[in-house]
Design a protein around this ligand. Structure first.
Ligand code: NDP
Length: 309
């Protein structure tokens, strides 16, 4: 059997595409990735998705989207894609256990926030540790926070957090920022932001049951001296890694691995579309990703309409 459309990924982009293609009666097959759900699985309450005045837990939002897509005929395969073959039609999509054939495809594999890789980070993820200041900043109103990183995201996040937080401490592993000069200047001239240079985070301290994060233990890379920065929240802003490794040599990728598209969702390969954070270095929001999925789904509809002309 050749599928009408295979959607790879099950974050807001993939599931937005699934709902729309299912309602077109294309019976989409969604290869979800393991675990299904993407970056929203790392969050607790999400308050910036339009339509939820009281917010919604990230995993619940994903679950609702899956149910909505299935209601209209989408099918889920809980596996990872390991290879794709665009060399002949129909296209082939290989998972860990099977190979599927399809006329069209929407690649919505997302991007993972790069993490520090220390055990206490995952312990507090979504409850004191966040990878998205835009999403979670308002939860830290009136509280001191730490931002880790030295790129434009760390600068932008820190400036944004000064709206809510009395102090923002940036911990950066080197003695100079990577961020653009203009952003650096804004950060360095903010009275609410303090920078701790040449330092790495060793541990995020605090116990969830005892009120959550209390501080970060850091080490100065030059002197080896350890110290603790008291804070209630930690924002990890050390970059993102698009989930596109399996596409190397098959689609055009930029220097960081993001898929290069035209008009956001189009590739050079007929019937192959892209949606969400795997091509978006900038917006990276649940709302923008699901909108991209919807755009890709409408391009699938257009593709089949053009075939039948
Ligand atoms: P970047 O890759 O630019 O910066 C990542 C930062 O995190 C670097 O300072 C890096 O340190 C640090 N880092 C990486 N790994 C670790 C680690 N394991 N431990 C500690 N620190 C680490 O990522 P961004 O997300 O900041 O930006 C991505 C792209 O998006 C860039 O091109 C940026 O310019 C762009 N952007 C533009 C914005 C704007 O124009 N308004 C806003 C946000 C992003 P080091 O410097 O030592 O390598």
């Amino acid at each position: 059997m050749v599928e009408n459309v295979i959607i790879i990924g099950s974050g807001p982009a993939g599931l937005g595409a699934a709902i729309y293609t299912a309602r077109e009666d294309f019976k989409p097959l969604v290869i979800t990735g393991v675990p299904a759900g993407g970056q929203l699985l790392l969050t607790t309450k999400v308050e910036n998705i339009p339509g939820f005045p009281d917010g919604i837990d990230g995993p619940e939002f994903i679950d609702n989207m899956i149910k909505q897509a299935e209601k209209f005929g989408a099918r889920m395969v809980n596996e990872n894609v390991v290879d794709i073959d665009f060399s002949s039609r129909p296209y082939k999509v290989k998972t860990e256990s099977q190979t599927f054939e399809t006329h069209t495809m929407i690649i919505a594999t997302g991007a993972n926030a790069r993490l520090l890789g220390i055990p206490s980070e995952m312990e507090h993820m979504g409850v004191g540790v966040s990878t998205c200041a835009t999403c979670d900043g308002a939860f830290f109103r009136g509280k001191d926070v730490t931002v880790v990183g030295g790129g434009d995201t760390a600068m932008e996040d820190s400036l944004f957090l000064t709206r809510f937080c009395p102090t923002v401490t940036i911990v950066h592993r080197r003695g100079e920022f990577r961020a653009s000069k203009a952003m650096q200047q804004k950060v360095l001239s903010s009275p609410k932001i303090k920078v701790v240079w040449d330092s790495e985070v060793l541990e995020i301290q605090g116990k969830e049951k005892e009120g959550g994060v209390t501080g970060v233990r850091i080490k100065n890379n030059k002197t080896g001296a350890e110290s603790v920065i008291p804070c209630k929240g930690v924002f990890i802003a050390i970059g993102h890694v698009p989930n596109t490794k399996f596409l190397a040599g098959k689609l055009k990728l930029d220097d960081l691995g993001y898929i290069i598209t035209k008009n956001e969702v189009l590739t050079d390969i007929p019937g192959v579309f892209v949606a969400g954070d795997n091509q978006d270095r900038y917006y990276r929001q649940a709302g923008t990703a699901s909108a991209a999925g919807i755009k890709a789904a409408l391009r699938v509809r257009e593709y089949f309409q053009n075939l039948s002309k």
